[in-house]
Write a protein that binds this ligand. Structure first.
Ligand code: AMP
Ligand code: MG
Length: 416
């Protein structure tokens, strides 16, 4: 069957951001779970509840370098005690202590029987056979109880937890070198366009360098997924078909360009051949055209995101639509960036019927936001200068300085 480029009619109805996002999120699901080495678990979602295999700390131990004593012997100072031994971290005390005795003890070393208090070395004369305590020390000071961090058998982390440095430490402390996590989505990234050449090539007349594969690859990386950069795709259905087939090992596919209604926009018909696709005209600027669908490879279904070619549109639609989907595939339940209210410091003109995402610089201390200057969808510097998006709703074509606006903090991790 002959195919033709996208017809203008297919892209007529304007879709709201929420509606598109809802459809996208309902079309993707978390990947399967796998065991990974502990450090590879950073940024992944835990796919099991983990319990402590023993108390942490596993035994009563000293929080200071000093002397293990009985509290009643050091309730007032000065006090003189007989030193009966020494215990270092990793060792075990060779005896207990009694009234009038002290044992030298290092941080992390097990407490000797009979001792309930540690006097830090700074509060002593550091004596070897006898020690003079120079500061009164309350009973129980500088002792860490067994299990005060984690109790044996207790649930330490639950399914769905995002693993950060602290969670890696907890997993290590309970002896889990290979936690079960949701797999990291591997995302194929394709640039389409006869005008596009790779960054290392000298662009011939009429050609431009490919920035999208790299900016999108970086954005994929930044949200904890693995970018898989594929060769540049020429504007023919055959080239696109072959490139998509080659990318089907991925967990998701992201393309840029070729989703408008030009004569060489092949994404919709070709993806339609290999699976299903919707081409939407979203009521936003930048980034109006957006294609979402899935490719089929036997029983596998690979989510497909066709982003517009303009560099700002590509990154912005990634931020608004692809990032939440990839986070969901990663097992996350918090998918969206934090939003705050701020006072707009400059005046913005926008298309009246569209939601406009101006690139902004948010000053949290002052609760204020300014735009980054020219906002054209080819002006990538507008995004480079930005630390936020200013979310201006449809219905107005002019937002005055001094108005309160909603700001999406694109440099902060998701919070809801
Ligand atoms: P398209 O969506 O294919 O109509 O492309 C829209 C605009 O984005 C055109 O000016 C393209 O030259 C430009 N463009 C498309 N792909 C890229 C790319 N990978 N890197 C930079 N600019 C691009
Ligand atoms: Mg193109």
């Amino acid at each position: 069957m002959a195919i033709s480029p996208t017809s203008a009619r297919a892209a007529e109805r304007l879709l709201a951001v929420e509606e598109a996002l809802e459809r996208i999120l309902s079309g993707v699901a978390p990947l399967g779970a796998r065991e990974v080495p502990l450090l590879d678990a950073v940024g992944r979602t835990l796919a099991e509840d983990v319990t402590a295999d023993r108390d942490v700390p596993p035994f009563r131990n000293s929080a200071m370098d000093g002397y293990a004593v009985r509290g009643e012997d050091v309730a007032s100072a000065p006090a003189s005690l007989r030193v009966v031994g020494s215990v270092a971290a990793g060792g075990v005390p060779d005896r207990g202590i009694r009234h009038g005795e002290a044992m030298r003890i290092m941080t992390g070393a097990p407490m000797p029987d009979g001792a309930d208090t540690v006097v830090r070395v700074e509060d002593t004369d550091n004596g070897e056979s006898t020690v003079t305590i120079t500061a009164a020390t309350p009973r129980g000071l500088s002792v860490r109880e067994a299990g005060e961090d984690l109790k044996r058998g207790s649930t330490v982390l639950t399914t769905g937890t995002t693993i950060r440095a602290a969670e890696v430490g907890l997993l290590a402390s309970i002896g889990r070198p290979k936690p079960l996590v949701i797999a990291r989505p591997r995302v194929a990234v394709l640039s389409t366009g006869d005008e596009v050449v790779d960054v290392g090539e000298a662009p011939a007349p009429g050609k431009i360098r490919d920035s999208n594969r790299y900016s999108l690859g970086a954005a994929i990386w930044a949200c904890g997924c693995g970018p898989w950069l594929r060769p540049i795709v020429r504007d023919t259905p055959d080239a696109l078909r072959a490139a998509l087939r080659d990318a089907m090992d991925a967990d998701a596919i992201v393309t840029s360009g070729g989703v408008s209604v030009g004569d060489h926009d092949w994404v919709k018909p070709v993806v339609g051949e290999l699976g299903t696709i919707d081409l939407w005209s979203i009521a936003i600027r930048p980034g109006r055209p957006l294609a979402f669908g899935e490719l089929r490879d036997g029983t596998r279904r690979i989510p497909f995101f066709g982003l517009p070619g303009n560099p700002v549109s590509a990154l912005l639609t990634f931020e608004m639509f692809v990032r939440p989907a990839l986070l969901k595939m990663s097992g996350r339940t918090r998918l969206h960036r934090p939003r705050v209210q701020a006072t707009l410091l400059d005046t913005v003109d926008k298309p009246a019927h569209l939601r406009f995402f101006a690139r902004g610089i948010h000053d949290a201390a002052r609760g204020a936001v300014t735009t980054t200057g020219p906002q054209g969808s080819g002006i990538l510097r507008s995004m480079s200068l930005a630390n936020c998006l200013i979310d201006l709703p449809p219905g107005t074509k002019h937002v005055d300085a001094g108005e309160t606006v909603t700001v999406i903090l694109t440099e902060s991790p998701e919070d809801r």
